[in-house]
Design a protein. Structure first.
Length: 96
């Protein structure tokens, strides 16, 4: 999103928005690093993704069997980080 709001000719070009996007991205990375350091070892954290080493005992994937015979796969580390982002970075002022 930073690249879009800083592109000349962009409909919503804004230095202020680029600053907010950059700060929020940095805060997300720091928050994820702190969370991961409680569990394992971060290897690389950037705006493209998170690479880390988690202990073998850490829950990774849960497969649920549904009543209709289907299955549902839950990747716990991804869900955990997504829940953390939701709890700490959701802007509720625009929610209906």
């Amino acid at each position: 999103f930073y690249g879009y709001v800083m592109r000349k000719g962009a409909r919503w070009r804004s230095m202020e928005m680029a600053g907010i996007v950059t700060k929020t991205g940095a805060d997300l990375i720091v928050q994820a690093r702190k969370l991961i350091e409680q569990i394992g070892r971060p290897l690389e954290l950037d705006t493209d993704g998170i690479w880390c080493i988690l202990p073998g005992s850490f829950p990774n994937i849960f497969n649920f069997e549904l009543e209709d015979g289907g299955t549902f796969r839950l990747e716990y580390p991804c869900i955990m980080l997504n829940a953390d982002v939701h709890d700490n970075f959701t802007n509720d002022q625009y929610q209906n």
